[in-house]
Design a protein. Structure first.
Length: 175
């Protein structure tokens, strides 16, 4: 996939792979490719400080841009923070899907979620489907929530991230 043009890879191929794999029951493959997709999005939204500025003109100083910024600032600010926060909360709800449903009429709404799953997921896989979807929503929303990123990016947590693969490889031997 690295030889493809970036727009084709990010906007066409990866979403198709993620959706088809997830719908057909290959949730592990879908999560792997979704992580690849998030890395591509993160590369797009992270500023590259090595690039020189493309223009000398400061658009903020022009009157039309000042007017647009004053008029549209409030709704876009609400959407900019409210959208990712909503996705984060919905992701937490999906990740809380119980292993066994005691009663489909519980007021939590999980009984209704059981009906809205693809046909490839049966039995305990229903729980896996909703938890994988919740994990995707949580990870996607964290890309746009700097307060949560600040909590997750402390030096100690970065260190744990660096050694996590080696711990994963050694955990069976340790057990």
């Amino acid at each position: 996939m690295s030889h493809l043009k970036r727009w084709l890879r990010v906007k066409v191929l990866l979403p198709i792979i993620i959706i088809v794999a997830f719908y057909n029951g290959f949730w592990q493959l879908s999560l792997f490719h979704f992580g690849f997709f998030l890395a591509e999005i993160h590369a797009d939204i992270t500023p590259n400080h090595d690039d020189p500025p493309t223009s000398e003109l400061n658009f903020d100083s022009l009157p039309i841009y000042k007017l647009q910024r004053m008029v549209f600032k409030r709704p876009f600010t609400i959407l900019k923070t409210g959208g990712p926060v909503s996705l984060f909360v919905i992701g937490l709800y999906f990740c809380s899907y119980p292993e066994t449903l005691l009663d489909a009429n519980l007021p939590t709404g999980y009984g209704n979620l059981t009906l809205w799953r693809p046909p490839a997921y049966k039995g305990l896989d229903i729980m896996v489907f909703w938890r994988a979807l919740g994990a995707k929503l949580i990870c996607f929303s964290i890309l746009f929530l700097p307060p949560i990123q600040n909590v997750l990016c402390t030096r100690f947590r970065q260190y744990l991230g660096k050694i996590s693969f080696s711990l994963y490889l050694a955990h069976v031997t340790m057990n």
